[in-house]
Design a binder for this molecule. Structure first.
Ligand code: AMP
Length: 214
Protein backbone atom coordinates (compact mmCIF):
# COMPACT_ATOMS: atom_id res chain seq x y z
CA UNK A 1 0.00 0.00 0.00
CA UNK A 2 1.40 3.40 -1.02
CA UNK A 3 -0.50 6.09 0.73
CA UNK A 4 -0.49 9.86 1.14
CA UNK A 5 -2.15 11.47 4.15
CA UNK A 6 -3.34 15.02 3.61
CA UNK A 7 -4.90 17.34 6.16
CA UNK A 8 -4.30 20.56 8.02
CA UNK A 9 -1.61 20.58 10.70
CA UNK A 10 -3.12 18.94 13.76
CA UNK A 11 -5.82 17.06 11.81
CA UNK A 12 -4.43 13.78 13.13
CA UNK A 13 -2.24 12.67 10.21
CA UNK A 14 0.59 11.53 12.48
CA UNK A 15 -1.71 9.56 14.76
CA UNK A 16 -3.47 7.83 11.87
CA UNK A 17 -0.18 7.23 10.06
CA UNK A 18 1.13 5.43 13.17
CA UNK A 19 -1.91 3.17 13.27
CA UNK A 20 -1.88 2.36 9.54
CA UNK A 21 1.92 1.84 9.54
CA UNK A 22 1.61 -0.75 12.27
CA UNK A 23 -1.39 -2.49 10.75
CA UNK A 24 0.09 -2.81 7.24
CA UNK A 25 3.68 -3.10 8.41
CA UNK A 26 4.91 -0.26 6.23
CA UNK A 27 7.05 2.76 7.19
CA UNK A 28 5.57 6.13 8.01
CA UNK A 29 7.52 8.93 6.38
CA UNK A 30 7.00 12.27 8.08
CA UNK A 31 8.93 15.13 6.50
CA UNK A 32 8.18 17.26 9.58
CA UNK A 33 9.78 14.65 11.87
CA UNK A 34 12.82 14.29 9.58
CA UNK A 35 13.25 18.08 9.52
CA UNK A 36 12.93 18.31 13.32
CA UNK A 37 15.59 15.60 13.69
CA UNK A 38 17.86 17.59 11.36
CA UNK A 39 17.24 20.69 13.49
CA UNK A 40 18.02 18.85 16.72
CA UNK A 41 21.22 17.42 15.20
CA UNK A 42 22.14 20.87 13.83
CA UNK A 43 22.95 19.53 10.38
CA UNK A 44 23.34 22.13 7.59
CA UNK A 45 19.75 21.39 6.51
CA UNK A 46 18.53 21.66 10.11
CA UNK A 47 20.19 25.04 10.56
CA UNK A 48 18.81 26.27 7.23
CA UNK A 49 15.19 25.32 8.00
CA UNK A 50 14.99 26.24 11.70
CA UNK A 51 13.65 29.78 11.31
CA UNK A 52 11.28 28.76 8.51
CA UNK A 53 9.69 26.05 10.65
CA UNK A 54 9.46 28.23 13.75
CA UNK A 55 7.62 30.85 11.66
CA UNK A 56 5.09 28.27 10.40
CA UNK A 57 6.17 28.66 6.76
CA UNK A 58 7.06 25.94 4.29
CA UNK A 59 10.59 24.66 3.72
CA UNK A 60 11.65 25.03 0.03
CA UNK A 61 10.25 22.34 -2.25
CA UNK A 62 13.68 21.16 -3.42
CA UNK A 63 14.79 20.39 0.15
CA UNK A 64 11.77 18.26 1.06
CA UNK A 65 11.72 16.58 -2.34
CA UNK A 66 15.38 15.58 -1.82
CA UNK A 67 14.55 14.17 1.65
CA UNK A 68 11.67 12.09 0.30
CA UNK A 69 13.64 10.85 -2.71
CA UNK A 70 16.41 9.55 -0.45
CA UNK A 71 13.93 8.00 1.99
CA UNK A 72 11.86 6.21 -0.68
CA UNK A 73 14.98 4.50 -1.98
CA UNK A 74 15.49 2.71 1.36
CA UNK A 75 14.71 -1.03 1.24
CA UNK A 76 11.94 -0.79 3.88
CA UNK A 77 9.82 1.21 1.41
CA UNK A 78 9.71 -1.63 -1.10
CA UNK A 79 6.37 -2.99 0.09
CA UNK A 80 4.76 0.38 0.55
CA UNK A 81 4.84 3.51 2.69
CA UNK A 82 2.72 6.27 4.16
CA UNK A 83 3.66 9.84 3.41
CA UNK A 84 2.61 12.10 6.29
CA UNK A 85 3.11 15.82 5.63
CA UNK A 86 4.37 15.43 2.07
CA UNK A 87 3.48 16.62 -0.53
CA UNK A 88 2.33 20.03 0.69
CA UNK A 89 2.43 21.98 -2.59
CA UNK A 90 1.50 21.24 -6.19
CA UNK A 91 5.18 21.34 -7.32
CA UNK A 92 5.99 18.75 -4.59
CA UNK A 93 3.14 16.53 -5.83
CA UNK A 94 4.39 16.79 -9.41
CA UNK A 95 7.96 15.99 -8.30
CA UNK A 96 6.62 12.97 -6.39
CA UNK A 97 4.69 11.71 -9.41
CA UNK A 98 7.83 12.06 -11.48
CA UNK A 99 10.08 10.24 -8.99
CA UNK A 100 7.58 7.42 -8.48
CA UNK A 101 7.18 6.94 -12.20
CA UNK A 102 10.98 6.70 -12.51
CA UNK A 103 10.83 3.97 -9.83
CA UNK A 104 8.02 2.24 -11.73
CA UNK A 105 5.48 2.63 -8.89
CA UNK A 106 2.50 4.84 -8.11
CA UNK A 107 0.47 6.10 -5.15
CA UNK A 108 -2.60 3.91 -4.47
CA UNK A 109 -4.64 6.30 -2.37
CA UNK A 110 -4.66 9.77 -0.92
CA UNK A 111 -6.68 10.25 2.25
CA UNK A 112 -7.48 13.76 3.41
CA UNK A 113 -8.41 14.05 7.09
CA UNK A 114 -10.91 16.90 7.38
CA UNK A 115 -11.07 19.02 10.55
CA UNK A 116 -12.33 22.62 10.92
CA UNK A 117 -9.89 25.44 11.73
CA UNK A 118 -11.22 26.20 15.24
CA UNK A 119 -10.91 22.54 16.25
CA UNK A 120 -7.37 22.56 14.89
CA UNK A 121 -6.41 25.58 17.00
CA UNK A 122 -7.83 23.94 20.12
CA UNK A 123 -6.02 20.66 19.38
CA UNK A 124 -2.62 22.15 18.57
CA UNK A 125 -2.47 24.65 21.38
CA UNK A 126 -2.99 21.75 23.85
CA UNK A 127 -0.46 19.46 22.18
CA UNK A 128 2.60 18.45 24.20
CA UNK A 129 5.55 16.60 22.73
CA UNK A 130 8.28 14.63 24.47
CA UNK A 131 11.56 16.29 23.60
CA UNK A 132 13.39 12.98 23.88
CA UNK A 133 11.26 10.22 22.30
CA UNK A 134 8.79 12.32 20.26
CA UNK A 135 5.63 10.84 21.88
CA UNK A 136 2.70 13.26 21.65
CA UNK A 137 0.04 14.05 24.26
CA UNK A 138 -2.79 16.55 24.68
CA UNK A 139 -3.61 18.44 27.83
CA UNK A 140 -7.35 17.72 27.41
CA UNK A 141 -7.74 14.67 25.14
CA UNK A 142 -4.68 12.56 25.87
CA UNK A 143 -2.92 13.77 29.01
CA UNK A 144 0.25 12.08 30.17
CA UNK A 145 -0.30 10.16 33.41
CA UNK A 146 2.92 11.79 34.60
CA UNK A 147 1.76 15.40 34.14
CA UNK A 148 4.53 17.40 32.48
CA UNK A 149 6.67 14.29 31.97
CA UNK A 150 6.41 11.68 29.22
CA UNK A 151 4.48 8.47 29.98
CA UNK A 152 6.76 6.52 27.68
CA UNK A 153 10.27 7.64 28.67
CA UNK A 154 9.85 10.10 31.57
CA UNK A 155 11.56 13.06 29.84
CA UNK A 156 9.96 16.53 29.86
CA UNK A 157 7.04 17.44 27.61
CA UNK A 158 7.26 20.69 25.67
CA UNK A 159 5.06 22.86 23.44
CA UNK A 160 6.47 22.87 19.92
CA UNK A 161 7.51 26.40 18.86
CA UNK A 162 5.19 26.11 15.87
CA UNK A 163 2.23 25.15 18.11
CA UNK A 164 1.95 28.70 19.52
CA UNK A 165 -1.42 30.16 18.48
CA UNK A 166 -0.15 32.88 16.10
CA UNK A 167 2.08 30.33 14.38
CA UNK A 168 -0.83 27.85 14.17
CA UNK A 169 -2.92 30.48 12.36
CA UNK A 170 -0.05 31.09 9.93
CA UNK A 171 0.30 27.31 9.31
CA UNK A 172 -3.44 27.06 8.66
CA UNK A 173 -3.25 29.87 6.13
CA UNK A 174 -0.35 28.14 4.39
CA UNK A 175 -2.39 24.92 4.41
CA UNK A 176 -5.46 26.53 2.79
CA UNK A 177 -3.41 28.37 0.18
CA UNK A 178 -0.81 25.80 -0.78
CA UNK A 179 -1.80 22.33 0.42
CA UNK A 180 -5.60 22.16 0.13
CA UNK A 181 -5.37 22.48 -3.71
CA UNK A 182 -3.74 19.02 -3.66
CA UNK A 183 -7.20 17.57 -3.02
CA UNK A 184 -8.29 18.62 -6.52
CA UNK A 185 -4.99 17.38 -7.92
CA UNK A 186 -5.52 13.87 -6.52
CA UNK A 187 -9.28 13.86 -7.12
CA UNK A 188 -8.44 14.32 -10.80
CA UNK A 189 -6.34 11.12 -10.54
CA UNK A 190 -9.31 9.42 -8.86
CA UNK A 191 -7.25 8.66 -5.75
CA UNK A 192 -8.73 11.01 -3.18
CA UNK A 193 -10.80 9.83 -0.19
CA UNK A 194 -12.10 12.23 2.48
CA UNK A 195 -12.25 11.17 6.12
CA UNK A 196 -14.04 13.30 8.71
CA UNK A 197 -11.47 13.73 11.46
CA UNK A 198 -13.25 15.86 14.05
CA UNK A 199 -14.74 12.88 15.92
CA UNK A 200 -12.88 10.86 18.49
CA UNK A 201 -9.87 8.76 17.63
CA UNK A 202 -11.70 5.42 17.31
CA UNK A 203 -14.29 6.88 14.90
CA UNK A 204 -11.64 8.49 12.74
CA UNK A 205 -9.63 5.25 12.71
CA UNK A 206 -12.72 3.29 11.60
CA UNK A 207 -13.46 5.80 8.83
CA UNK A 208 -9.84 5.65 7.77
CA UNK A 209 -9.96 1.87 7.54
CA UNK A 210 -13.08 2.08 5.37
CA UNK A 211 -11.45 4.64 3.10
CA UNK A 212 -8.44 2.36 2.62
CA UNK A 213 -10.59 -0.59 1.71
CA UNK A 214 -13.06 0.95 -0.73
P1 AMP B 1 4.59 18.83 10.41
O1 AMP B 1 5.20 18.11 11.57
O2 AMP B 1 4.22 17.93 9.27
O3 AMP B 1 3.46 19.75 10.81
O4 AMP B 1 5.75 19.79 9.82
C1 AMP B 1 6.34 20.80 10.60
C2 AMP B 1 6.93 21.88 9.70
O5 AMP B 1 7.95 21.30 8.86
C3 AMP B 1 5.96 22.53 8.73
O6 AMP B 1 5.21 23.58 9.33
C4 AMP B 1 6.91 23.04 7.66
O7 AMP B 1 7.60 24.20 8.09
C5 AMP B 1 7.93 21.91 7.58
N1 AMP B 1 7.53 20.89 6.59
C6 AMP B 1 7.17 19.59 6.83
N2 AMP B 1 6.85 18.96 5.69
C7 AMP B 1 6.99 19.89 4.70
C8 AMP B 1 6.78 19.85 3.30
N3 AMP B 1 6.34 18.75 2.67
N4 AMP B 1 7.01 21.00 2.59
C9 AMP B 1 7.47 22.12 3.19
N5 AMP B 1 7.67 22.23 4.51
C10 AMP B 1 7.44 21.12 5.27
Amino acid sequence: MRLILLGAPGAGKGTQADIVAEKYNIPQISTGAILREAMAAKTPLGIKVEEIIKAGSLVPDEDVVAIVRERLLQPDCRNGFILDGFPRTIPQAKALDQMLSEMGIAIDKVVSIEVGDEDIICRLSGRRVCQKCGATFHTAYKPSQKGDACDRCGDSLIVRKDDQEDVIRQRLEVYHQQTAPLKDYYAAQNKLRLVMGQEDLADTTALMEKALQD
